[in-house]
Design a protein around this ligand. Structure first.
Ligand code: G3P
Length: 213
């Protein structure tokens, strides 16, 4: 399973790239709104820095507006993936964009049917939101399982991005299920690195080294 970083923050992307652990970046309007500066220029910089898919969400919600914005975003860099929230207009837009060779990420997916529809109209990626399903008392990981089962059963090529990840354990579970990608906030990436036994082990090795004859 690949890891994407779910952020629009430049320092976080630079730190993750330095470690060599991420293959792409996903952003959304909420994440972009937290950062200052020109987000299109920053998205282009991320494309060069990460050298992988960078998802940028269209703001337009109508079919014509989505198509126009998607084409403008895709013109920034061939690694840009246009994120569209799962609606009837978005499915129609993805249908056209996929035929133009523009990569898309169908986002805000909360059911296996939504993922199936997105895949059928040609979405490159589908993004089921694990954490937000858990927030309303459902099981986000069951959704990942359902989508994976359906995609395997029918040889569907759209890639599953486990999104809205809130804990390191969810990353492991998504990998065990066979999600293609988990997109993780930087805080979760840091939590994946850390383990108390690693810290204790480092301290003990250092202390023993100091006591050597
Ligand atoms: O990848 C989607 C993600 O940005 C949403 O996460 O934590 O806002 O539900 P969250």
């Amino acid at each position: 399973m690949q890891l994407f970083l779910d952020t629009a923050n430049q320092a976080e992307v630079e730190a993750a790239v330095r470690m060599g652990v991420i293959s792409g970046v996903t952003t959304n309007p909420s994440l972009v709104a937290k950062e200052s500066g020109d987000y299109l220029a920053r998205s282009k910089y991320f494309c060069q820095l990460v050298n992988g898919p960078i998802s940028v969400e269209a703001i337009a919600l109508d079919y014509e507006g989505m198509l126009k914005e998607a084409r403008e975003l895709a013109a920034i860099d061939e690694r840009i993936v246009v994120k569209l929230p799962l609606t009837e207009d978005a499915l129609a837009a993805i249908n056209v964009l996929s035929k133009e060779g523009i990569k898309t990420n169908a986002t805000l997916i909360f059911s296996a049917n939504q993922a199936l529809l997105a895949a059928r109209c040609g979405a490159t990626y589908v993004s089921p939101f694990v954490g937000r399903l858990n927030d309303i008392g459902q099981d986000g990981m069951t959704l990942i399982e359902e989508i994976k089962t359906i995609f395997v059963q029918f040889g569907i090529k759209s890639q599953i991005i486990a999104a809205s990840i809130r804990s390191p354990r969810q990353v492991t579970e998504a990998a065990l299920i066979g999600a293609d990608i988990a997109t993780v906030p930087f805080k979760i990436l840091q939590q994946m690195i850390a383990h108390p036994q690693t810290d204790l082990g480092i301290a003990k090795f250092a202390a023993d080294w100091q006591k050597r004859q």
